[in-house]
Design a protein. Structure first.
Length: 255
């Protein structure tokens, strides 16, 4: 009997070790489920102005420092609530619970974004809350691009393996729209305690041209992702990066 028990334990250990060598990465939202999210963001920037002496004198007269440096931080708490499924589609609501460090923080808290999830892709269509039309439009556009970026097709991976994904990101900037492509390489670092840990490497490229304005940029970043295997969702996602922008607006060069 002792020999049989020992054999079973050894065999069980072999199965466990084998199971921890690979995963099926399937990030998916499930119907009738709530996903609480806390997002923190810290941004620092430095803008250097170039132009004719007349333009530089004008900027100085307006109190514009050259270079202009700034730091900002924000924290947003929200919850995504999914509804009853109809085949591969179900409704979603993104409810803003608390917002700090945002120009529209007071009004954004309490806002609700509506849409649907079809085949694990979000399609957002409306916003309710005490926000003006332009802010609602910018919120919809930014959120849509963000959730498009977070979509990851199903992958079978072993520890040490990588995959790369290109995702477009559209950011409205007043009358302009900044279009960027984020190339992210995910590498499965290890699997422990029911969590798969990934290292991330990112490359950013952008190019936007509007009448009277030229904008280009590039950059890179790194990060990490923790994937909860049992819940088929990531429990933590962090990125840090730098982006260099070059703009030419009516004779004023900024970098």
């Amino acid at each position: 009997m002792k020999n049989l028990i020992l054999t079973a334990l050894v065999f069980g250990s072999m199965l466990s070790a084998t199971a921890q060598d690979k995963i099926k990465l399937t990030i998916k939202y499930k119907p009738q489920t709530s996903y609480k999210q806390t997002a923190t963001q810290e941004t620092s920037s430095e803008v250097i102005y170039e132009g004719s002496q007349e333009i530089m004198d004008m900027l100085a007269a307006q109190g514009v420092s050259n270079p202009t440096k700034s730091k900002e931080s924000s924290k947003t708490e929200s919850v995504i609530v999914t509804g009853v499924a109809n085949k591969d589609e179900f409704p979603i609501q993104i409810k803003y619970l608390a917002v700090e460090g945002n120009d529209n923080a007071e009004k954004l808290a309490g806002a609700i974004v509506y849409g649907k999830n079809k085949a694990q892709k979000f399609k957002l269509d409306s916003v309710t809350g005490d926000l003006d039309g332009m802010v609602k439009e910018m919120l919809l556009s930014t959120l849509q691009s963000t959730y498009d970026q977070l979509f990851i097709p199903e992958k079978n991976l072993k520890v040490g393996e990588s995959f790369t994904q290109d995702q477009p990101l559209v950011i409205p900037l007043g009358p302009m729209t900044m279009e960027m492509v984020i190339r992210t390489t995910y590498t499965l670092k290890n699997i422990t305690g029911g969590k798969a840990n990934f290292d991330l490497v990112q490359l950013y490229t952008m190019s936007t041209e509007v009448e009277g304005t030229e904008m280009s940029g590039s950059g890179e970043g790194t990060g990490s992702m923790v994937y909860d295997i049992a819940n088929e969702f990531y429990s933590d996602l962090n990125t840090i990066g730098g982006l260099t922008l070059n703009m030419n607006i009516q004779g004023i060069k900024m970098s």
